[in-house]
Design a protein around this ligand. Structure first.
Ligand SMILES: CC(=O)N[C@H]1[C@@H](OP(=O)(O)OP(=O)(O)OC[C@H]2O[C@@H](n3ccc(=O)[nH]c3=O)[C@H](O)[C@@H]2O)O[C@H](CO)[C@@H](O)[C@@H]1O
Ligand SMILES: C=C(OP(=O)(O)O)C(=O)O
Length: 427
C-alpha cells in the first residue's frame, strides 16, 4: 500500500487544474444504461471510483471506448454504448467497494423492467440506508423485494407509471435514482423536497440532452414527463466543487495564493462564504477561482446542510483550516452521524478538537506538527493532507487508497503549486 510523505511549511502559489466532478460522473455514467445509442462523457476524472463504476457497467453489457486525451492530460473522454442489457444484476463484490453503485438501480429498472442490486451497506462516515431510494421508486410504480442482501426492483408489465414523492429527508442519491427511473416512465413524476446539488443539475442537463423532459431543474420541486425513448448525447462533466474547495483550504492554510483553474464559483457559494469569513480572499471569473490568504485566519461557526448549504464533503477540510485560526470554532455535522474520523488523527498532529455528538469544537493552535497518520475515508484523508502542508516537519499519511477514490493525481497537482509531497510504497 502506498503512503504520502509531506514536508510542511511551503507556501503554495501558482495555478492548478480542477478535474471533472466525481459525484457528478458517478450519476452521469449510469445514464448510458437508458439508451441503445452512444453516450459520450468528456472531462471524466481519472479516479478509482470511476474505474470501478465502469467495471460495474460492463456487467450489464455496456461497451466502453476511451479516446481523446493524452496520458499527461487530466480527465478523459469515454463513450459508452448499451445496445442491449445483458444482465440486470449488480453483485455484492462490485457494489460493496463503492456505495454509488446503487445508482444503477433506477436506470436498469427503467430500461430492463427489473434490477437486482446488492445492498451497499454502511461505511466509515455513517449508516447510509437506501430506504428513500426504494420508497421513491415504489412511488413511481416499482415493486420492491428484499432478499439475501439484495434488492430486487420490478416494473409493472407496461413499464413504470410515474407518480408523486415527497422526500422526508433530502437525499442526493435517492433523488438521482428516481430521476433516472422516471425519465422514460409512462406518466408524469412529481418530486418535492428533492436534492438540488449542482451534480443533480448536471444529471438533469445530460438527461435533457438525451431527450428527457424535466421541469424545475435546479429546484427542489421537479416534474418529469416520461418520454418513450432517450437518444445518445455528448456531455462535459462539471468541475469538481469539492476538489476545488479542498485545494482552496490547502492554499489558505499555507498562507498561499493559488488559482483553481476551471473551478466554478457559482457552485461553491457556501464554501466561498466560509472561506471569506475565515479571512481568506476569494475572487473568481468565468474560468476559475483565485484564493489568497495573506492575513490571520479567524475562527468561525459552521454547520453542514444540503445544497445550497455547506457541503458535508467540505467539513473535514475546513476543520483542518480552522485548526490554524485564531480563536475557537464550532462545527456541526448535520448530514452523517459519524463524520469526525479525522479528529483523532488531527490530534496526533497537535490539533485541539473536542467532539460532542455531531458538534466539534476546534481551538486554533499556533503550530501543527508532522506525525504518522491514517486516512479513514476520502475527505478525512484530504483533511490530513491539508494539515500536513502547514505542519512543522514531516507527515506520513497511510491508507491513501481513500484519496485515490476522489482526487485525480493529488500529489502532482499539489507539486504544481509548490508542495513538498511524494508517494512512496508503504513498508
Ligand atoms: C456519490 C455521491 O454523490 N455521494 C454524495 C452523496 O451521497 P448519498 O447520495 O449517499 O447521500 P444522501 O444525500 O443520500 O444522504 C443524506 C442523508 O440522508 C440519509 N439517507 C439517504 C438515503 C436514504 O435512502 N435514506 C436516508 O436516510 C443519509 O443517511 C444521510 O444522512 O451525497 C452526500 C451528501 O451530500 C455526499 O456526502 C456524498 O459525497
Ligand atoms: C462521501 C463521499 O463519497 P461517497 O458517497 O461516494 O462515499 C464523498 O465524496 O465525500
Amino acid at each position: 500500500m502506498d503512503k504520502l510523505i509531506i514536508r510542511g511549511g511551503n507556501r503554495l502559489s501558482g495555478s492548478l487544474p480542477i478535474s471533472g466532478a466525481k459525484n457528478s460522473a458517478l450519476t452521469l455514467i449510469p445514464c448510458a444504461l437508458l439508451t441503445d445509442e452512444p453516450v459520450t462523457l468528456r472531462n471524466l476524472p481519472r479516479l478509482a471510483d470511476i474505474d470501478g463504476f465502469q467495471h460495474l457497467m460492463t456487467q450489464f453489457g455496456v461497451s466502453h471506448s476511451i479516446a481523446g486525451s493524452r496520458p499527461e492530460d487530466f480527465g478523459r473522454v469515454v463513450t459508452m454504448e448499451t445496445t442491449r442489457i445483458t444482465s440486470s444484476t449488480a453483485p455484492y463484490d462490485l457494489v460493496r467497494k463503492m456505495r454509488a453503485s446503487i445508482l444503477v438501480l433506477g436506470p436498469l429498472l427503467a430500461r430492463a423492467g427489473e434490477a437486482t442490486v446488492s445492498l451497499p451497506g454502511g461505511c466509515a462516515i455513517g449508516n447510509r440506508p437506501i430506504d428513500l431510494h426504494l420508497k421513491a421508486l415504489e412511488a413511481i410504480g416499482a415493486r420492491i423485494e428484499l432478499a439475501q442482501g439484495y434488492v430486487k426492483a420490478i416494473a409493472p408489465d407496461g413499464g413504470l407509471t410515474g407518480g408523486r414523492f415527497d422526500f422526508p429527508v433530502v437525499s442526493v442519491g435517492a433523488t438521482e435514482n428516481v430521476i433516472m427511473a422516471a425519465v422514460t416512465a409512462n406518466g408524469t413524476t412529481e418530486l418535492t423536497n428533492a436534492a438540488r446539488e449542482p451534480e443533480i443539475v448536471d444529471l438533469c442537463n445530460l438527461l435533457a440532452a438525451m431527450g428527457a423532459e424535466i421541469e424545475g431543474i435546479g429546484d427542489s420541486d421537479l416534474t418529469i414527463h416520461g418520454v418513450k425513448r432517450l437518444h445518445g448525447a455528448s456531455y462535459k462533466v462539471m468541475p469538481d466543487r469539492i476538489e476545488a474547495g479542498s485545494y482552496a483550504c490547502a492554499a489558505a492554510i499555507t498562507g498561499g495564493e493559488v488559482r483553481l483553474e476551471g473551478a466554478r464559483a457559482g457552485d461553491m457559494g457556501a464554501t466561498i462564504n466560509a472561506l471569506r469569513n475565515i479571512g481568506v480572499t476569494v475572487e473568481h471569473d468565468a474560468k476559475g477561482v483565485d484564493i489568497a490568504a495573506n492575513g490571520a485566519l479567524k475562527a468561525v461557526n459552521l454547520s453542514t446542510a444540503p445544497y445550497p448549504g455547506l457541503a458535508t464533503d467540505m467539513q473535514a477540510q475546513l476543520m483542518s483550516l480552522l485548526c490554524k485560526a485564531e480563536g475557537t470554532s464550532i462545527l456541526k455535522e448535520t448530514i452523517f452521524e459519524n463524520r469526525y474520523m479525522h479528529v483523532p488523527e488531527l490530534a496526533r498532529m497537535g490539533a485541539e478538537i473536542e467532539t460532542e455528538g455531531r458538534t466539534a469544537i476546534v481551538k486554533g493552535v499556533e503550530q501543527l506538527t508532522g506525525a504518522e497518520v491514517m486516512a479513514t475515508d476520502l475527505r478525512a484523508s484530504m483533511s490530513l493532507v491539508i494539515a500536513a502542508l502547514a505542519a512543522a516537519g514531516e507527515t506520513q499519511v497511510r491508507r491513501i487508497y481513500h484519496l485515490d477514490r476522489g482526487y485525480e493525481r493529488l500529489e502532482e497537482k499539489l507539486k504544481l503549486v509548490g508542495a513538498d509531497i511524494e508517494r512512496v510504497g508503504d513498508d
